[in-house]
Design a protein around this ligand. Structure first.
Ligand code: HEC
Length: 485
């Protein structure tokens, strides 16, 4: 397409008014052409609300990156620390629960938007007319987004995360020949633990996002190369309808939609903070795992394929559906785009979608009809609510018996050994022949601080010298001594 014919008066006007800085920048970067190229994209038939879902996906992806970076500032990917660090984010960090909720609900939003984006482009036949690679890159992006949802779900390491991921990784072992290998690769061993968390973490934070960047770039590039497909009456190869540039109408629609998304996520995060349950307890045989809504259909589907038949349900049928779906633009070659003239492809698509919805509804209904399951689910909900209501008590011993300390106490503990206090007092607060017992002193942090600054006669007699340390170190050390119980 000829670039000169693409310009709209608005775009050129906006770019030309931008003044000296812009000129300076433009001579060095060509940013003006870039902007022009980006904003002047012609849309046959003009802007529409139906086209906003792709931009919505891009927007939520950016939001996920920003909130994800914030979460990564606090998160520690290990079986001993993952849960307590997420608890710290939820209970202690300013706006932590809010930002975590936006991130967690953001994954649901992405999957919802994916469904809408795919449904819109499918119904509009927007994969037709030299858009095979556009569709294929979209399919890969969909798999990657589902991968993000799957890997992110485990990271809080609460009961829900643990048991849902146990089910999810178990499914992999149904793949013939290599199934067990795949499962072990995902888990980093036969069972689930720190290695599983770090693998999921690396996939969630480095690997998959990197691939998403690459495929998003490819997706947008081939989209621009083929041009917007326009409405269902438009010829997808040689557009005839009066085009309208991307800027300003479509940009405004896209921005309005993104703003609405952000407001919806904000309201959800504020009024319905995303839940965090008690720490994963692999020994809990009672726990009834239930995946997030988007994995519920798959979860229900598995139940129809017990034992030896599992490979058909888990591997064969999904692979056939996925291949048919990915190869749609190669199989459905005609240029006809009106959905009612494409009964086979549109029929198959609608059937699959309705099937998924039905599976989700059935799973939900089965749960509500089984009193034992209902009771257990209610117990789990109560445990989650109690856990969230409980105060954050980091000094509580973790399941491994190693106490988990707040950063301040951790520092105090380190000083306790670097200042050689443990030469005469035991690090757990017990006494030795050379020094008194420190646990359960019943003294406040301030009282201990002044004792350390000016030891009593008997302390001096016992060999203790006044602690000469910067005030914040002294505070951390006395907080640590005061915390010994
Ligand atoms: C050379 C041995 C020695 C070292 C090293 C030492 N202490 Fe002591 N500390 C003692 C003795 C002995 C007492 C008990 C004196 C007494 O009976 O009143 C004591 C008492 C204390 C008490 C008061 C306990 C009470 O009953 O009120 C505190 C608090 C204390 N030590 C903290 C520390 C800290 C913190 C360090 C490291 C900076 C440290 N000590 C290093 C020997 C030591």
């Amino acid at each position: 397409m000829n670039h000169e014919t693409r310009g709209s008066p608005e775009v050129l006007g906006a770019v030309q008014q931008s003044g000296r800085l812009m000129r300076w920048l433009n001579r060095r970067t060509g940013v003006r052409n870039l902007l022009h190229e980006g904003l002047a994209e012609p849309i046959p038939g003009g802007a529409r609300f139906a086209y906003v879902f792709g931009s919505g996906l891009l927007f939520i992806f950016l939001s996920q990156i920003i909130t994800g970076i914030f979460l990564a500032l606090y998160y520690v990917p290990s079986a001993d620390h993952a849960h307590v660090t997420v608890e710290y984010i939820v209970k202690e960090v300013a706006a932590g629960s809010f930002l975590r909720s936006i991130h967690a609900y953001g994954s649901s939003a992405m999957i919802l938007l994916l469904l809408l984006h795919i449904t819109q482009t499918f119904l509009y036949g927007s994969y037709k007319g030299r858009r095979e690679l556009l569709w294929l890159s979209g399919c890969i992006l969909m798999a990657l987004v589902l991968g993000m949802a799957f890997t992110g779900y485990l990271l809080p390491w609460d009961q829900k995360a643990y048991f849902a991921t146990a089910v999810g990784t178990n499914m992999a072992s149904e793949v013939p020949l290599v199934g067990d290998f795949i499962k072990r690769m995902m888990r980093g061993g036969a069972g689930m633990g720190t290695l599983t968390i770090s693998r999921f973490f690396v996939a969630h934070v480095f690997l998959i996002p990197g691939l998403i960047f690459a495929f998003m770039a490819a997706h947008i590039y081939v989209f621009r190369k083929a041009g917007a497909a326009g409405p269902i009456h438009e010829n997808p190869v040689r557009p005839r309808m009066q085009p309208q540039p991307f800027y300003p109408r479509q940009v405004l629609y896209d921005l309005a939609f993104s703003a609405a998304l952000l407001i919806a996520l904000g309201l959800l995060g504020h009024y319905l903070p995303f839940e965090l349950g008690p720490k994963a307890d692999p020994a809990d045989a009672q726990y009834v795992p239930r995946p997030e809504w988007y994995y519920l259909p798959m979860f229900q589907w598995l139940k129809y394929w017990p034992g030896a038949k599992a490979v058909i349900g888990i591997v064969v049928i999904p692979s056939v559906i996925a291949s048919l779906f990915a190869l749609t633009p190669f199989l459905d070659r005609g240029l006809e785009r009106r959905p009612w003239k494409r009964p086979i492809s549109v029929g198959l698509y609608s059937l699959t979608l309705l099937g998924l919805i039905a599976l989700g509804v059935i799973s939900n209904r089965n749960d509500r009809r089984d009193p034992a399951v209902l009771q257990q689910l209610a117990r789990q909900e109560k445990a989650t609510a109690d856990f969230i209501a409980a105060k954050f008590e980091p000094e509580e011993a973790s399941r491994t018996g190693v106490p988990v300390l707040s950063p301040e106490l951790e520092k105090g503990k380190a000083l306790f050994s670097s200042l050689a206090c443990n030469a005469c007092h035991r690090p757990d607060g017990g006494g030795t022949a050379a020094g008194a017992k420190l646990k359960g002193l019943g003294k406040s942090q301030d009282q201990i601080k002044s004792l350390l600054l000016t030891p009593t006669k008997s302390m001096v007699a016992g060999g203790m010298t006044p602690v000469q340390q910067p005030d914040h170190d002294l505070a951390a050390l006395s907080a640590y001594v005061a915390s010994l119980k």
